[in-house]
Design a protein around this ligand. Structure first.
Ligand code: ADP
Ligand code: MG
Length: 383
């Protein structure tokens, strides 16, 4: 796709771009709604990427174009970028430029043409791919010398403040830092990371992504409510973040919350989910990959029953896949629609896929899109 985006840039701006970059979407293996609680996550990068051809400008102008959005080039003045004022796709790349400049980096303008194969709004983080590809391009072109984790922080700031979506740091870090053939065990408190080898094919397994095509929208309420509820829970328990509630202290913490059912549910999910991430990492490192199946299923139940961010379609994928012989399955991403992942023996993939498609047809729902996910590379310069 790099060449196509390069050609698109030339056609649009009548000159060659200074370079072409790519940044992937991600699926999260385990660790959901933990990132804004300073907890653990374990995403890996998808082969689906946002690709951007970019050149610098010196006149304070930012020109943006997406091959995937109808309409022409959007031209913005850097001095006019104001957080919370842009409700369109351009807020993501413009937010990155805003965040870089706000942090004191001498970005004086850019021409951008991009295209993405990450499905938008499917819980696979098309937004972070967009942010990270632009951040990496500007970091290279303007020789800002920022490290990957710093770019991720700036992209998160762009999404939180400029776009107005209160998301955690997982998506941007995954896009910026993941490595081919590995899942990224990330401590979202200090961004310390460990690359965990994750080669399912070698062990006779597959991981499927099932995009339910039910659209979610993070910046529309529920996500923010969960986040605020977690902060409230932490305050009630007298900790900085729910990460600080130890798993073996969960019983005491819940007792302390008493009949505050809302806080009990949110705290219980976050604390048990952090433990599930650590358990999954330990299992993968011990070579007991199949044993993460039940951990995924338990994570889904917690998201469905305690955190209440699943939806009937995601539950249908998980229930059907497990009943059809999958090793494990769970929703991935923020929820309220989007995608689920299914871990299955290679030999069972066809049976499981067929069962899911038939269940959706029988329920009269739109057919989901099912594809196999293999851990791909993180953001990089293509040319
Ligand atoms: P997710 O990150 O799960 O895909 P988000 O709601 O966080 O969902 O981000 C989706 C938004 O990102 C889209 O509504 C659009 O504004 C923007 N976006 C994603 N891909 C593209 C693209 N190829 N071109 C332009 N904008 C895009
Ligand atoms: Mg997103």
């Amino acid at each position: 796709m790099g060449q196509q985006v390069r050609d698109g840039f030339v056609e649009l701006y009548k000159t060659a771009p200074e370079g072409v970059w790519s940044a992937p979407g991600r699926v999260n293996l385990i660790g959901e709604h933990t990132d804004y609680n300073d907890g653990f996550v374990m995403p890996f990068a998808l082969p689906h990427t946002a690709v951007a051809a970019v050149s610098r400008r010196t006149d304070g102008v930012l020109r943006l174009h997406s091959a995937d959005v109808a309409g022409g080039v959007v031209e913005l003045r850097l001095d006019d970028l104001v957080p919370g004022t842009d409700r369109k796709w351009t807020a993501y790349p413009a937010g990155v430029v805003w965040a870089l400049r706000e942090a004191g980096h001498p970005v004086t303008g850019a021409d951008v043409h991009l295209a993405s194969t990450v499905p938008a709004g499917a819980g696979l983080s098309s937004s972070a791919a967009l942010e990270v590809v632009v951040a990496l391009a500007l970091n290279d072109l303007y020789e800002l010398g920022l490290q990957r984790w710093q770019l991720a922080r700036l992209c998160q700031r762009a999404e939180n403040v400029y776009v107005g979506a209160p998301t955690g740091i997982m998506d941007q870090t995954a896009s910026a830092c993941c490595e081919e053939g590995h899942a990224l065990f990330l401590d979202t408190r200090d961004l310390s990371q460990k690359q965990i080898p994750f080669d399912l094919a070698a062990e006779g397994m597959r991981l499927l992504v099932v995009d339910t095509r039910v659209k979610h929208a993070h910046n529309e309420g529920e996500y923010g409510k969960r986040r605020a509820g977690c902060e409230r829970g932490a305050a009630l328990l007298g900790v900085d973040a729910l990460r600080d509630v130890p798993y073996d202290g969960l019983g005491a913490a819940l007792q302390r919350l008493g009949d505050d059912e809302e806080a009990v549910r949110l705290v219980r999910h976050v604390v048990t989910e952090d433990e599930r991430v650590e358990r999954a990492v330990a299992l993968l490192e011990a070579g007991e990959t199949r044993a993460i199946g039940p951990v995924l299923v338990a994570g889904h139940a917690s998201l469905r029953d305690d955190f209440r961010v699943s939806c009937p379609e995601l539950d249908l994928v998980v229930d059907t896949a497990v009943a059809a012989g999958a090793l494990g399955a769970r929703m991935t991403g923020g929820g309220f629609g989007g995608s689920a992942i299914v871990l299955a023996e290679a030999a069972d993939v066809d049976t499981v896929t067929k069962a899911v498609l038939e269940a959706f047809a029988a329920a009269g729902r739109t057919a989901p899109r099912v594809f196999e996910a293999v851990p791909a590379a993180g953001a990089r310069r293509l040319s």
